[in-house]
Design a protein around this ligand. Structure first.
Ligand code: NAG
Ligand code: NAG
Length: 288
């Protein structure tokens, strides 16, 4: 009996250790990302749990995932540049490579203190974007970490903030509209200066007295039907993929989407008739 008990508790202990190891590696920036830009301006802290990008007068900084994803639900907690962040942009996006690349974008455009950040979103297919939608937020994204999610599956791309959908781009390939289906993407993020256009159309310039600016990242979580590492071997296929792979918005989420788009959307390419004045130039997906 004693032997059995010991063996059992040993097993439990081993299971517990195994679980801890898995849990610890889930959001580890050392394991999941490479810092690719910024010459020491981006750094990983807290044993891999926190990543901070900074921007000073010399340069910004950025990082890229080690893995490529073909479909996935990718969560990241981000805390944006505090105070007067005018002229700064934090980009957070998925992108494939080559001239006919696909891309799914979040961009966070800073503002002067007290004025709202703008979340900019876009979808590129075959190297062509021009599908911008922009939003203000219902909270201060510089006060704390909030979760920004790209949920990309064969049916739709859902952009979520704290689990609430702000935008859906549907797969309308049957109607001849591009949709990212075949090109694996990496996750990129960077903090940089874009004061020629970012804040209030470029009228408000960056104030270097506030530098260095910093954006922080935590709790990275990827679920992917399949992802691959740099040797192009597909690995870590997700046994739970059916939990998200065929997901579209439920009725509750449709209500949230409507509320957010009614209250917080500040730009929608589908209603920019000056930019797309003729039926020939008007984006086809906006008619569906
Ligand atoms: C900054 O604040 C102004 C005024 O509230 C607002 O119109 C604008 O959308 C905000 N965001 C950016 C990036 O300019
Ligand atoms: C590629 O990388 C994966 C994960 O790191 C590894 O399991 C696999 O053996 C590698 N394949 C080759 C051909 O090196």
């Amino acid at each position: 009996m004693a032997f059995l008990a010991t063996k059992q508790s040993l097993l439990l202990t081993l299971l517990a250790i195994g679980f801890l190891v898995v849990a610890a590696s889930a959001g580890n920036f050392y394991e999941s990302f490479d810092i690719t830009w910024g010459n020491g301006r981006a750094n990983i802290y807290e044993n891999g749990q926190l990543l901070v990008c900074t921007l000073d007068k010399t340069s910004g900084s950025g990082f890229v995932s080690k893995k490529e994803y073909l479909y996935g639900k990718i969560d990241m907690k981000i805390k944006l540049v505090k105070g007067n962040s005018a002229g700064t942009v934090a980009a957070y996006y998925l992108s494939s490579k080559g001239e006919t690349w696909d891309e799914i974008d979040f961009e966070f455009l800073g503002n002067v203190s007290g004025q709202p950040y703008t979340i900019h979103t876009n979808v590129f297919t075959g190297g062509k974007g021009n599908r911008e939608m922009q939003f203000h937020l219902w909270f201060d994204p510089t006060a704390d970490f909030h979760t920004y999610t790209v949920h990309w599956n064969p049916l739709n791309i859902i952009f979520l903030v704290d689990g609430m959908p702000i935008r859906v781009f549907k797969n309308n390939e049957k109607s001849g509209i591009g949709y990212p289906t075949g090109q694996p993407m990496k996750i990129y993020s960077s903090l940089w200066e874009a004061d020629d256009w970012a804040t209030q159309g470029g009228r408000v310039k960056i104030d270097w007295n506030n530098a260095p600016f910093s954006a922080s990242y935590r709790n990275f979580n990827d679920q992917s039907s399949c992802s691959r590492t740099s040797n192009l071997t597909w690995v870590s296929c997700d046994a739970n993929e059916n939990l998200w792979k065929w997901t579209t918005l439920n009725d509750h989420q449709k209500g949230q989407l409507k509320w957010i788009q009614d209250e917080f959307m500040i730009y929608n390419y589908c209603t920019d008739y000056k930019r797309f004045p003729t039926p020939q130039t008007y984006p086809k997906e906006c008619n569906l």
